[in-house]
Write a protein that binds this ligand. Sequence first.
Ligand code: CMP
Length: 148
Amino acid sequence: MPAYAGPIYIMSNLTFGIIKPDAVKKGVHGTIIQRVLDNGFKIRGMKLIHQTRRQAEGFYEVHKERPFFGELTEFMSSGPCVVMVLEKENAVKAWRDLMGATNPAEADEGTLRKEFASSIGENAVHGSDSEENAAIEIAYFFSKLELV
Ligand code: CMP
């Protein structure tokens, strides 16, 4: 979750998601997008980006004191990823439920991380952990004009 000083528009029906570089490299991003749609989410914004190291460090600033910060930001800037704004009732929880546990070894059957993640670092997808952070994370990657 990046530091963000601008206005925050909290919407309980929106969340932010990333299909991470490991999943895009494996070519499963299309399958993951289909699963998003099959689970009743509307896609309000979507783009393929390749983050710089600095952009990834900004996004994960909240984790900057963690021992895995270097590994995490190197990985997130290692290749293209898909950033998404997803709409559904109780979107934050609904997207976290579909993703599964951060560590794929603990992820439930039927979740995206169980199926597509290979480790706690290369775990296929990201999702906001609260409505407030969803608003901040959406604003980090999308302007208002990019949301439909
Ligand atoms: P994400 O939901 O993107 O939010 C922070 C990320 O840090 C998390 O998913 C994991 O991919 C990563 N992460 C958490 N713990 C570890 C760890 N012990 N080693 C490497 N990466 C981690």
